[in-house]
Design a protein around this ligand. Sequence first.
Ligand SMILES: [Zn+2]
Length: 321
Amino acid sequence: MSFSSDTKEELCRVASEKPCCRLSELGALYMTLGALSLLGRGQLSVQFTVESPAIARRIFVLLQKEIGIIAQLHYVSHARFGGRRKCVLTVGPHQAPALLMRFGMVDALPDAPPSLRATAPRVRLTRDCCRRAFLRGALLGCGTLSNPETSYHLEFTARDEALRLNIAKCLQSLDVPVKQTVRRGVASLYVKQSDQIATILTAAGAHMAVTTLESMRVRRQVLGTVNRAMNCDNANLQKQMDASEKQLESIAALIQSDRFATLPPALQAIARARTQYPDLSLEELGATLSPPIGKSGVNHRMRRLVQLAGEDLGGQDAPQT
Ligand SMILES: [Zn+2]
């Protein structure tokens, strides 16, 4: 299960007790997953095409509780959906007008077929509770979330402009700035900050998802700190190895030039220690001497050795007089 589908499963379990909120959530679900069919002779039906059985159940219950409609459920498997099985909930011609009337999409005249007034539900997003319910429906219908272990990304894929405006309005009331992008001709609204994603999920009622998001965020921060520290250690180690390499080259040059035997015993001792222990740090190298010497003492002698070797090379290269 992905973070996205886990979050949707959780949203499907959020209690929706107020009629105003149930209608608002249904409105978002209709705008994202619903379709209107004209059956001829003024008859209408509504279909919700849904990928997850949990969301199909959610819509079924909302329709039943709020409007008293029993939708028909069947499954389709279509090449258009990549061969995946989808659930289709159908509200037939006898019940569709009741739903569309609640959405403000049809006029109901006695003894006349319903006449279509609008192609999108008129949702009232004046109350906080209804805006949260609309966001929940939009997340269920067209939301995707990336796995917070790798990135923070929440996106609403919304072809319909009215839907985008409604989502933007809800996000605005939460002080969440939203960005828009168009991919393959389809517009999306997206948010990429973990705290803003948490605000949206909290508003929609996905509290477990927020907890997961928060703990992942902390984990990523800790891992980031550890990685930075390790990179820093690696850089130091590399520096130490480069220095050791240079010292070994100098010592080898001194031995080759027969100058080594003329060096003061203290320099010879540290040179021998370095040849024997090429991987030790200066501090560790100093500890192998008897008597042991400190890091700055080792550093001083090493510099002297490198310098002498440099002079030697310079002497060899210098023209003979
Ligand atoms: Zn409400």
